[in-house]
Design a binder for this molecule. Structure first.
Ligand SMILES: [Zn+2]
Length: 127
């Protein structure tokens, strides 16, 4: 199991405060300029979220993960390292085995970055 990029994804670096293209995101899903985790826009049927793509070895209990775009976010209940794999117990789901270096989508929060508005300075006021 691995998490592949989707055509609707957008990438944003909170640290650089700007959008990134897919080639400005390195193989670890970090910003090529500052190495921060890139926020990834994940749209599902009902939600518009910001996620990080992290390695299974970076997962922690209580993280919310997305296994499939047609699914909902589910909570990681338990993690057990078994050799190079992690056995991940997931809320209302079966346990999965995932290689420690495989990526998985972790929920960060809502998506609030707007490509149109991002050019407008925050200091502008409208009396
Ligand atoms: Zn950056």
């Amino acid at each position: 199991m691995n998490s592949f990029p989707h055509i609707t994804e957008e990438y944003y670096c909170q640290n650089c405060n700007c959008f990134r293209t897919s080639i400005e995101v390195n193989a670890d899903w970090k910003c090529i300029k500052c190495s921060n985790h890139i926020e990834i826009r994940i749209k599902t049927k009902i939600l518009d979220n910001s996620c990080f793509r992290i390695r299974a070895s970076e997962l922690a209990t209580n993280d919310m993960i997305l296994l499939d775009r047609n699914d909902e976010f589910r909570t990681v209940l338990d993690l057990k390292k078994e050799g190079d794999n992690f056995k991940v117990a997931i809320e209302r789901y079966r346990a999965i085995n995932i290689h420690k270096d495989n990526f998985i989508l972790k929920l960060h929060g809502g998506w609030y970055h707007n490509k149109e508005k991002s050019r407008v300075g925050k200091g502008e006021s409208h009396p």
